[in-house]
Design a protein around this ligand. Structure first.
Ligand SMILES: Cc1ncc(COP(=O)(O)O)c(C=O)c1O
Length: 399
């Protein structure tokens, strides 16, 4: 038979989903694994949002909508962006689709030609690199480490730009590092972006989950930057709605219009019912968001203090999101619970096998020195997992 698509065959499966699958398989076999792989909150969708979804079913919101979403949702998103981040958008600047992941892909699809270069600061969220390649474009990875709090400098950005560079992707706050760019840092990057006529994709999916510093949207700091910025956000993390699959892009009308056209021939609209539930999320009382943020803040504090009290591992306190990016490089070249540790993959595998703790090794995020823990799990699980980590580091296996 003829070969399948070369582009599709080269895509690497998502490492985060793979580790989730592995820990679920172990759990199904009766093994008591504590899992820190998930990129979703353990909270339930707030009741007023669920009710809006039920009402949408009962009032027969069961038809196709415009490909880029219903007008009430676009309006609720515009009002939310203005009230929360001081952003000025109209309905025509909004494209709603089936989750931020899909929105990102469609934004890249309409922006990129094969061979275009996209600058991607590492550590990065696993999907970007593959999505860039799925568009036939080329990821240009900018390495960062703890010394710059995992952030790129304007000089680093400038040095990476070639005649083929089209776009920079920022995640603010970051998955996996949790780091947040300040307004000043964004201004400095903005100058390079504008001077070099680049686009910016600014993934702000964790914007409401900030514990240190103040979140500032890149599009809010400079109208010139706003003209070339696509903000990506959605209900998944903010309202504990990962399964509802609603994300959106806010950006310049020419890009949004092309995204709409692209969607009209691919997915069509996102679920009509989920769109109505999302209206309730954005237009409703935001107390639920603050309550979840406070709970994450407590977990983060506990996590960071426990990890940094251990000898062989360390982490920077994350500014936002719900991940701990733990440096395990001090264990390289040693043996833990009988396993030789040469890199973060070895560490994560040995921790799963002997400590019964599932984490995501950093290679998937562009770092060989770290593993990622999600603290979107109960404080009891966090305590149990960290007790096991401590034992593992002392060469005492749990299993
Ligand atoms: C940085 C980042 N962007 C986007 C997404 C995708 O979110 P959604 O559930 O809306 O597709 C995730 C999910 O893990 C994420 O971490």
């Amino acid at each position: 038979m003829k070969s399948l698509s070369g582009v599709a065959s080269a895509i690497k499966p998502s490492a985060t989903l793979a580790i989730n699958a592995l820990s679920q398989e172990l759990k199904a076999q009766g093994v008591d694994v504590v899992s820190f792989g998930a990129g979703e909150t353990d909270f339930y969708t707030p009741d007023h949002i669920k009710k809006a979804g039920i009402e949408a079913i009962e009032t027969n919101k069961s038809y196709y909508t415009a490909s880029s979403g219903i007008a009430p949702l676009k309006k609720a998103i515009c009002d939310y962006l203005k009230a929360s981040f001081g952003l000025e958008y109209e309905n025509k600047n909004i494209c709603v689709s089936s989750g931020a992941k899909h929105v990102l892909y469609i934004a890249m699809r309409v922006m990129l030609n094969p061979g275009d270069e996209v600058i991607l600061p590492a550590p990065y969220w696993v999907t970007y690199e593959e999505a860039i390649r799925m568009c036939g474009a080329v990821p240009v990875i900018l390495r960062t480490d703890e010394s710059t709090r995992f952030k790129i400098s304007p000089e680093q950005l400038q040095a990476a730009i070639t005649g083929k560079t089209k776009c920079l992707i920022l995640t603010n706050p970051s998955n996996p590092t949790g780091m947040l760019y300040s307004e000043e840092e964004l201004r400095a990057l903005s100058k390079v972006i504008i001077d070099n006529d680049l686009y910016l994709i600014d993934d702000e999916i964790y914007a409401t989950l900030v514990y240190e510093g103040k979140f500032v949207s890149a599009a809010a700091i400079d109208p010139e930057l706003a003209k070339r910025t696509v903000i990506v956000n959605g209900v998944s993390k903010t309202y504990a709605m990962t399964g509802w699959r609603i994300g959106f892009a806010a950006g310049p009308q020419p890009i949004i219009k092309l995204m709409d056209t692209y969607l009209s021939h691919s997915t069509g609209n996102a679920s009509n019912i989920a769109q109505y539930a999302s209206v309730a999320a954005y237009a409703g009382d935001q107390t639920c968001v603050e309550n979840m943020r406070r709970e994450f803040a407590k977990r983060r504090e506990y996590f960071v203090s426990r990890v940094n009290a251990m000898d062989k591992v360390s982490c920077l306190p994350p500014d936002g999101a719900f991940y701990i990016f733990m440096n395990v490089s001090r264990t390289f070249g040693t043996t833990l619970c009988g396993e030789k540790i040469e890199n973060a993959d070895d560490f994560a595998q040995a921790l799963l096998k002997h400590g019964l703790v599932a984490t995501v090794p950093g290679a998937a995020f562009g770092s060989q020195s770290h593993i990622r823990w999600s603290y979107a799990t109960s404080i009891e699980n966090i305590k149990k997992g960290l007790d096991r980590l401590e034992k593992f580091l002392n060469n005492e296996p749990t299993a």
